[in-house]
Design a protein around this ligand. Structure first.
Ligand code: ADP
Ligand code: MG
Length: 457
């Protein structure tokens, strides 16, 4: 993309974000390159890169796309210092490790086809909770190397639940433990891009050699190859070649292998032939844990910032199950707090995050929740609300109480009243029961996530 075109794009961004935002966040960006659908910008600081990525990343991508560029991702990096924010990451200088790893590959050299790894995405910074403990354990196991026991490892889960984070963590760990291994991480999109490029340049032999010579191949967001027949075919052959050599393959997707439409059966069955684990939607505890960890991280950048008690709990309760949104909200709070130079209170939080909170707060009524829940469990509304105490009604009732507490501003007594005049302690018991069950029973966690989505839609 020419500088002129970027100039035009900036004009469009200016009108989209307003002068203040523009001057603060967009103007300092320097377009470093546009490659394989990834637009890279240089930013003066990591904090700024994170901030812009979270708040304006999608917008920048959209404006670039409108300008006729093929952009599937926007990245920000500090020139000569690839984004070490986590303490550990900084100490270990992962960028240097990446270089050594690439340099150590005989014959392939710096030409490994992978995408750069985010230095923040390590096992150290990954918070483990019930919803992701299995995926985390599997990732750990694979990262320990040794004979490929789970091959392929197939990680799936909804957007923003940590798939990419875990994959990068595996890659870092492998590079640490065994720098001689050729570990290649890239998105299915990038795989396709390389493939199409090789076809165009009549360079298929080199492409095949490159991918078949790696020791560990990680393909992120594999659902992307659905419907792309030629790419699938090549992926299938690469896959088989690597498995035959006992090389580790790790794949992620936003859904289970069988649920990816437009992928050949033989590939589905290949993808399922190792270990398939999913990341469940986050629960309250995990969200709180993640927030606490992020606060610790941020507090290095913002040493003088205080957070009032209860703010993190409030956020963990009220912000959606997507970790990315949660992080973005926290980041905004910190930036805002440091700009106005005072403690982050509940009030400030509500002001600053009105849009995000309103989203999860959008006048959903107890009645609506009751209707949806009774539909979901296929029981009559009168049974959901009524006095019968058999499990088939009692459990959905507790689910509805839980959602009412979470998704509306009604108090426990008010909710009780809407459930046939029950006492507030009954509601509290129901809410607690569901919180407990969510930890042990992934079916309940899934039900809740589905209901929550349906209600928010
Ligand atoms: P996905 O690839 O599943 O869409 P990502 O791996 O990109 O999601 O995660 C989105 C953001 O949330 C990242 O910044 C990531 O670090 C963060 N995140 C997700 N899960 C966790 C976790 N368990 N602990 C810490 N951070 C997490
Ligand atoms: Mg991802």
């Amino acid at each position: 993309m020419t500088n002129e075109a970027w100039g035009e794009v900036r004009q469009n961004l200016l009108s989209a974000v307003g002068k203040n935002n523009y001057v603060n966040w967009i103007e300092p960006l320097e377009l470093a390159g546009l490659n394989g659908g990834v637009a890279t910008f240089f930013v003066p600081t990591n904090f700024m890169g994170n901030w812009v990525s979270r708040n304006f990343g999608d917008l920048i991508q959209k404006v670039l796309t409108n300008a006729g560029e093929t952009v599937s991702r926007v990245e920000f990096s500090v020139p000569n210092q690839p984004a070490p924010t986590a303490k550990k990451a900084e100490a270990e200088k992962p960028a240097a490790i990446a270089e050594t790893a690439a340099a150590a590959v005989p014959g392939v050299g710096g030409d490994l086809p992978g995408a750069p790894l985010d230095s923040r995405f390590t096992f150290d910074s990954f918070v483990v909770g019930k919803p992701n403990e299995l995926a985390h354990a599997a990732a750990r196991r694979v990262a320990e190397g040794g004979p490929a026991t789970f091959n392929p490892l197939f990680l799936y889960g909804g957007v923003g639940l940590g798939k990419t984070h875990l994959m990068h963590a595996i890659a870092w760990e492998l590079r640490n433990r065994s720098p001689e291994l050729r570990v290649v991480y890239l998105s299915a999109e990038q795989f396709m891009y390389r493939f199409v490029q090789a076809l165009r340049d009549k360079d298929m032999i080199a492409f095949k050699q490159l991918f078949r010579s790696v020791d560990v191949l990680m393909i992120d967001d594999v659902q992307f190859i659905a419907g792309k027949d030629a790419t699938q075919e090549e992926f299938f052959h690469t896959f088989n070649a690597l498995v035959d050599q006992n090389k580790q393959i790790i794949v992620s997707s936003d859904r289970a292998p069988t649920e990816i439409d437009g992928i050949e059966d033989r590939i589905v069955s290949r993808l399922q032939s190792g270990l398939v684990v999913d990341l469940h939607p986050t629960n309250y505890e995990l969200r709180l844990g993640i927030l606490q960890q992020k606060v610790e991280q941020f507090s290095e950048q913002f040493p003088n910032l205080d957070i009032q008690d209860g703010v993190l709990e409030f956020l963990a309760h009220r912000i959606s199950t997507n970790v990315r949104v949660l992080e973005g909200a926290l980041m905004r709070l910190f930036a805002f707090g440091s700009l106005v130079g005072r403690e982050i209170t509940m009030e400030l939080t509500q002001d600053c995050l009105a849009d995000v909170i309103r989203h999860s707060d959008r006048k959903i009524t107890v009645e609506e929740i009751q209707r949806k829940v009774s539909e979901h469990y296929n029981i009559r509304l009168s049974d959901l609300i009524g006095p019968k105490r058999v499990r088939t009604f009692a459990r959905p009732r507790q689910v509805a109480m839980y959602l009412s507490k979470q998704m509306t501003t009604r108090s426990l007594p008010e909710i009780g009243r809407r459930f046939g005049g029950r006492d507030h302690t009954t509601v509290m018991h129901g809410v607690r029961k569901i919180e407990e069950l969510m930890q042990q029973d992934s079916q309940i966690a899934d039900d809740l996530e589905m209901l929550r989505r349906a209600l928010e839609a």
